[in-house]
Design a binder for this molecule. Sequence first.
Ligand code: PRP
Length: 179
Amino acid sequence: MTVNSGNRLKVLYSREEIEAAINRLAEKIALEYRGRNPVLIGVLKGSFIFMSDLVRRLDFPLEMEFVRLSSYGSSTESSGKIKLEHSVKTTIKGKDVLVVEDIVDTGLSLTFLMDYLKKKKPATLKLCCLMDKPSRRKAPVTIHYSGFIVPDQFLVGYGLDYAEQYRNLPDICILEGEK
Ligand code: PRP
């Protein structure tokens, strides 16, 4: 793919490694959620590819919802002030809810979202994320299903963007020259 001058892409996890990680996650999720008609909630935009690959490996009835968060107050660094741009459109009270996220970085977005969803009184509420970047954590987040522990580097691809570019890369790449 063409990159901006000064930047270079280096594959961190190939599409094959991503597929294997999602297969492992799907097996574990199926063991826990089969027969419970869970609601999977994808966090836009980053999780859209992960969500679509994950749900196609789950061969039992489930529902899907999407939420959209935005942080404000700073353009490059998560400010901690999160708001909900788009919420769930169905009731999740009494249901088994699994939040599906691409990456947990500072943890501020997920702390906000899990607190918000908890107030809607789901029967259970858990989190599945493809990538966990614990080195950047500012708020503790319990991750029930995690694909990769990733280094503190600027990652793009497989849903992750830099200035809205690169989400369509099939591999997860380090964008060298950015931090
Ligand atoms: C990313 C990611 C998480 C959040 C994690 O989304 O998808 O939602 O940041 O960061 P945190 O742990 O520091 O809160 P982003 O805000 O980049 O929006 P996007 O999903 O639309 O790309």
